[in-house]
Ligand binder design. Structure first.
Ligand SMILES: Cc1cc2nc3c(=O)[nH]c(=O)nc-3n(C[C@H](O)[C@H](O)[C@H](O)COP(=O)(O)OP(=O)(O)OC[C@H]3O[C@@H](n4cnc5c(N)ncnc54)[C@H](O)[C@@H]3O)c2cc1C
Length: 483
């Protein structure tokens, strides 16, 4: 069966772990050293297929450090064609495949046991920046994209709080941030996509072309296709940002003011946090930002008028637009330097219906302790759900929903703490679900197939038919546990 010339197979592969075939009986990749007559030859690649332990172990982990599933191999594609070739091969021999952006999800979403991980970080070119759009590879990071568009005075409308996430990774989940109350999530700002389906077909899709595929891929958790390129909307960027931090003791006042701000749109960015109060308990921090380009200046009096924050405690500072968006970078560097960044992260991210948020959060903070968060942030901010246009991005059926993100670090970083926090995530998920709330699925919540069915209602039927059509052999992204 070894029909292709050895030179072609070796092309682009690393000599120390040269994979030349796949053993159908043992279900393992083979090198020249252990190839047998029953080995099926793999297609020639422009990139590298790794089978060494260190590379496979690295992708059997993620930012959560809770789930570990080891693949048989890791593809670093040298081209889009490599992904087409690999998926066609995998489809034929029923090998499961997972795309990995930066592995920043928390519960094994980008992992695959005994399959192949496609590490998109090697596809990282910015192809073209126009006056209102940019065309990029899926492995590009948002920080990289922003550094390229800002010199042209342009920015993506919505950015996540942390910019070292891949474009493919956030477009497969949604991509929410402080500007979402104006522009929806990142998937709402995608003009078109190039994807490789589970059948190994390279397709272009948009609202006007292959719409079913477009809607099944954006926030589609990698189930129907792998995103390889995206064309993303750009808008004019301001150069400066005035950042306001306003403190509240009263939850009702806090959520009322946040809701006011996203309704009257006086700020470009609105988020908020539940923060520890000196002496115990919790209080609330409203974070809002006004973007501007001198000589124009923000009018502080008008921006703060009618708000009920605690006077005298407000913090106001100016930053460059890039430094504001990249504001987590110094904290992340610090956490890495003290080793805490590599602790387990049993995060929970929920969308709570606006009408239920005060009761829900009141009950949460009555029992929440710093041991439950590991001193990590707890985000709470509202969004206008009418801005979300993609069916698979699931939010409550109310005009306002609040994102609650308990960005837990497990301290101490042991299995018992992780178990306790993951069980707590499940409890919090269920009580929110019973109120009409949803989960934002980047986090660590045990989820059954029937949970997923309920999550995607009333679009579950459409999602199932898209899966049947675009990934009929169900090889893509099993780590989500949906199909
Ligand atoms: C510090 C930090 C801050 C964060 N802040 C925010 C925030 O402000 N807003 C927000 O919305 N999210 C935020 N997140 C969550 C983040 O958006 C998701 O975890 C996202 O999936 C991470 O991108 P990634 O490139 O690491 O994806 P991965 O974790 O590698 O992948 C996530 C999922 O997408 C699939 N996937 C990856 N690439 C592709 C592709 N090209 N095509 C198809 N499927 C693919 C994977 O198989 C997996 O199922 C944050 C995460 C961290 C760690």
């Amino acid at each position: 069966m070894m029909m292709q010339s050895r030179r072609m197979v070796l092309q682009g592969l690393v000599a120390s772990s040269v994979v030349i075939g796949f053993d159908l009986v043992d279900r393992e990749w083979v090198t020249a050293a252990n190839a047998t007559s029953r080995s099926i030859q793999i297609p020639g690649l422009d990139g590298v297929l790794y089978i060494d332990d260190a590379t496979r172990r690295a992708v059997a982990d993620d930012f959560g450090h809770i789930i570990h599933r080891q693949p048989l191999a890791v593809l670093q594609p040298g081209s889009v064609e490599d992904i087409v070739r690999l998926i066609r091969f995998a489809r034929q021999y029923r090998i499961r495949v997972a795309a990995r952006g930066q592995g920043h999800s928390c519960y094994g979403q980008s992992q695959v046991e005994a399959g192949v991980v496609i590490d998109l970080s090697s596809l990282n070119q910015i192809h073209a920046i126009g006056s209102d759009r940019v065309e990029v590879d899926a492995g590009v990071l948002w920080s990289q994209l922003l550094r390229a568009t800002l010199p042209q005075g342009l920015t993506p409308p919505v950015l996540t709080d942390y910019l070292e996430l891949s474009i493919g990774g956030t477009l497969s989940v949604g991509g929410i941030g402080g500007a979402s109350h104006r522009y929806g999530v990142q998937v709402d700002n995608v003009l078109s996509l190039q994807v490789v389906t589970g059948e190994g077909k390279l397709e272009t899709c948009s609202r006007y072309q292959n719409r079913e595929l477009f809607q099944a891929v954006l926030a589609g958790l990698g189930q129907c296709a792998i995103i390889v390129r995206a064309t993303i909307r750009l808008i004019p960027a301001a150069t400066q940002v005035r950042v306001f931090q306003l403190f509240y003791d009263n939850l009702t006042n806090f959520t009322y003011d946040q809701t006011l701000l996203i309704s009257d749109r006086r700020f470009q960015y609105v988020e908020g946090q539940i923060v520890p109060r000196d002496g115990g308990g919790w209080r609330y921090l409203l974070e809002a930002a006004s973007f501007y380009t001198p000589p124009a200046l923000p009018n502080e009096r008008l921006l703060l008028i009618g708000l009920n924050y605690i006077r005298g405690q407000e913090l106001i500072e100016d930053k460059s637009y890039f430094d504001f968006l990249n504001r987590l970078a110094p904290t992340v560097e610090f956490l890495k330097s003290i080793g805490v960044w590599s602790y387990p992260h049993p995060w929970i991210n929920l969308f709570i219906p606006g009408t239920a948020v005060v009761n829900y959060i009141d009950q949460l903070v009555a029992t929440l302790t710093p041991a439950d968060t590991g001193q990590s942030p707890v985000l709470l901010y509202p969004v206008n759900t009418s801005k979300f246009k993609l069916p698979l991005f699931r939010v409550p059926r109310e005009p306002i929903a609040f994102l609650l993100a308990i960005l837990r670090t497990a301290v101490p970083p042991d299995a018992a703490t992780v178990r306790r926090l993951v069980a707590d995530n499940r409890r919090l998920f269920e009580s929110n679900r019973d109120l009409g709330g949803y989960r934002y699925p980047v986090d660590a919540i045990p989820f059954s197939r029937s949970d997923w069915r309920q999550h995607f209602q009333p679009f579950w039927g459409r999602f199932v038919s898209a899966k049947r059509r675009f990934d009929p052999h169900q090889i893509l992204t099993p780590g989500q546990g949906i199909f």
